[in-house]
Design a protein around this ligand. Structure first.
Ligand SMILES: [Zn+2]
Length: 421
């Protein structure tokens, strides 16, 4: 890396007196700034009777115009920017991007919607139809949450994830404005939030702007969350009328946030298997129609830490019994765990993952969001820029060990039986 790039990538971190963490990464390639606000709470923190509350609160964080105050969207658009948000299992990301001169109005708008949060019944009623549409889309597209939602529920118990990140409509219709406000008060505290700024900014001035906007803010951490204990050998069967075929998903938990090198070895393992070994298996097994392996919830790695999943999905002939499929899959892992990947195989997998990582982080918004997510979920890593170093250091032995772990770790088998033949 050249000296110029090196200076560009210097990341400034500061914690304000309230406990709010601020991450600033100057990048002067474009005259833009991206701002992300990340809350360390998500759908895993939904109360059992209110699945989707974290997601509803995310929607309510975009207040519409009221009492002479402009709505959030309008404020950001007036500053020439765009904004959006996403709720995940263990965090929620809010992000906006605008002309670099608009940093101050962007930060003021972020602080204002945190302090102003006080939705009324009209605000809830306005968001429910939007959420209903999102749930319909997500559940239909993924055949009732197959395999991610279904695998998480099978592995960690139905309470952990029933309804997915979006929630359950019957629960959400019963949520009151007071409940939404109480969730916000408990989870949107300074110690559970990270503000990240990436773009054409001077770090000293950006920090002063952040201090001015977020100076007065409620201290406090994330409320405690009970640990999830994976159950061994759980099996769940789903049927889907519009699905053609029979699919089996095998899900195993990934190493947690305290072991990033172990986690990365699983990402490399998934890449090694995808590149040649799964296609080869498919070629010599006529009853296997397709085989894919994804590391990380919904196929995104380092996007959840509570804990995360590695999922292999096998589309097979209906008359091939699941236990035989699992035995063959286990054999494939056994081969890799005893010998490990070849040198060229390992290098290719790492190179592909590095390329994908750099491509993703090229976007200012993705990088601002990643800084927030890493600070919240993977505090032992010094941000997403540590990934290339960890990837390059991954050895064949570590990948072999990852294969051995996947072979023996608690696993959930989720079957999807199609209605049409
Ligand atoms: Zn939504």
């Amino acid at each position: 890396m050249s000296q110029v790039q090196d200076r560009m990538r210097t990341v400034h971190r500061v914690t304000l007196a309230s406990g709010l963490r601020v991450v600033i990464e100057p990048d002067h390639r474009h005259d833009l700034v991206a701002v992300a606000l990340t809350a360390g709470s998500g759908s895993r923190d939904d109360p059992p009777h209110a699945r989707g509350l974290a997601h509803l609160v995310e929607h309510l964080m975009f207040p519409r115009e009221q009492d002479g105050l402009a709505g959030h969207l309008h404020t950001v658009e007036a500053a020439g920017g765009l904004c959006d948000a996403n709720t995940f299992r263990d965090h929620t990301s809010y992000f906006s991007v605008a002309d670099a001169d608009s940093l101050e109005p962007l930060l003021n708008a972020e602080a204002a919607r945190l302090v102003r949060f006080a939705p009324d019944q009209r605000a809830l009623d306005g968001e429910l139809p939007v959420i209903e549409e999102e749930i319909r889309g997500a559940m239909f597209a993924s055949h009732g949450g197959f395999p991610w939602t279904a695998a998480a529920s099978a592995l960690w118990g139905p309470d952990c994830h029933t309804g997915g990140d979006h929630g359950i409509m019957t629960h959400l219709r019963a949520v009151t404005p007071a409940e939404a406000t109480a969730f916000h008060r408990a989870h949107y505290t300074a110690g559970n939030l990270v503000l990240s700024i990436v773009g054409a900014v001077d770090p000293v001035r950006a920090e002063a702007t952040a201090r001015a906007a977020f100076g007065e803010f409620t201290p406090g951490d994330r409320p405690p969350r009970p640990p999830l204990i994976a159950r061994q050998g759980v099996r769940a069967v789903h049927t889907a009328k519009h699905f053609r075929g029979t699919a089996l998903a095998i899900a195993t938990p990934l190493p947690d946030a305290a072991d990033p090198a172990g986690y990365i070895a699983h990402a490399v393992l998934a890449e090694v298997l995808s590149a040649a070994r799964l296609p080869r298996w498919r070629e010599c097994q006529s009853r296997l129609r397709s085989a894919t392996i994804r590391c990380g919830f919904n196929g995104e790695w380092f996007n959840t830490a509570s804990p995360d999943l590695l999922v292999t999905t096998l589309l097979r002939e209906r008359d091939w019994p699941a236990r035989e499929v699992i035995a063959e899959w286990s054999g494939l892992l056994g081969e890799l765990s005893s010998v490990g990947p070849g040198k060229g195989e390992l290098q290719r997998a790492i190179a592909l993952l590095l390329l994908g990582h750099h491509r993703q982080l090229d976007s200012l918004v993705t990088r601002a969001v990643a800084h927030g997510r890493f600070a919240v979920l993977f505090p032992s890593l010094d941000g997403p820029h540590q990934i290339p170093r960890l990837l390059s250091a991954t050895t064949a032995r570590q990948v072999a060990d990852a294969a051995a772990t996947v072979r023996t770790a608690p696993a959930a088998w989720v079957e999807l039986i199609g209605g049409a033949r």
